[in-house]
Design a protein around this ligand. Structure first.
Ligand code: GLN
Length: 222
């Protein structure tokens, strides 16, 4: 049973008309699972923060949630080969401040989704250097709530993965002020020691080689 955390378009989101979970990760993961010879089953849609605990406890069997492969996560779970690369973007209100670097956000409240690399970036680039207080680093259960708070003025910036920032900028009165290069890479997550990871890696390679991957990119990113 695969798990994800929707509200992260174009990777995983609920399509308004059909109320269905869709997205690049959803299609990619189902294809990879089936090509590897397993059944995908029903999706579990939960908060990003709960994905790794749910996987290790056995409530889900695979994570497909634009999850960056980090050392800390890699100690708890296994990842497939990377399937996508991203950076962090700083979103601001369309007609508001125009920061070019983190120093320009001094003293301002900034949001990110709990447990993400965006949150780590806020911590490392703003809180640790003393540019903002710990309580100005606002944590949200979902990026949709963070961007709502940006629109309403409760935070002045949101730090989020580049492709998702661009999607928010296309749909709402917010824009990308600058990109902070992290070069992070997404992997599908499996339980530590799950031997299906090899089959799924083979399937991912096949998906890339036969052009399916490029079709998904055009479907969801262009
Ligand atoms: N790629 C980021 C991370 O892994 C954000 C993922 C997400 O919010 N779904 O932390």
């Amino acid at each position: 049973m695969p798990g994800t955390s929707s509200g992260f378009a174009p990777f995983e989101y609920i399509e308004e008309e059909t109320n269905e979970l869709v997205g690049f990760d959803v299609d990619l993961a189902v294809d990879a699972i089936e090509r590897a010879g397993y059944e995908a089953g029903d999706w579990v849609d939960i908060e990003f923060d709960s994905l790794i605990p749910s996987l290790t406890e056995g409530d889900i069997d695979l994570i497909a949630a634009a999850m960056t492969i980090t050392d800390d996560r890699d100690e708890q779970i296994d990842f497939t080969d990377p399937y996508y690369e991203a950076d962090q973007a700083v979103l601001v209100r369309e007609d508001d401040i125009d920061p070019a670097e983190f120093a320009d956000l001094e003293g301002r409240p900034v949001g990110a989704q709990s447990g993400t690399t965006g949150e780590v970036t806020v911590e490392e680039e703003l809180v640790s250097p003393g540019l903002i207080d710990g309580d100005a680093a606002r944590s949200y259960g979902n990026y949709v709530f963070a961007v709502n708070d940006l629109e309403s003025g409760n935070v002045d910036a949101v730090v989020v993965d580049t492709p998702v920032a661009e999607t928010f900028a296309g749909d709402r009165p917010v824009r990308v002020a600058f990109v902070f290069e992290t070069g992070e890479r997404y992997g599908l997550g499996l339980r530590d020691g799950d031997d299906r990871v090899g089959d799924i890696n083979d399937a991912l390679t096949e998906i890339q080689e036969d052009g399916t991957y490029d079709d998904l990119v055009s479907e969801y990113f262009e």
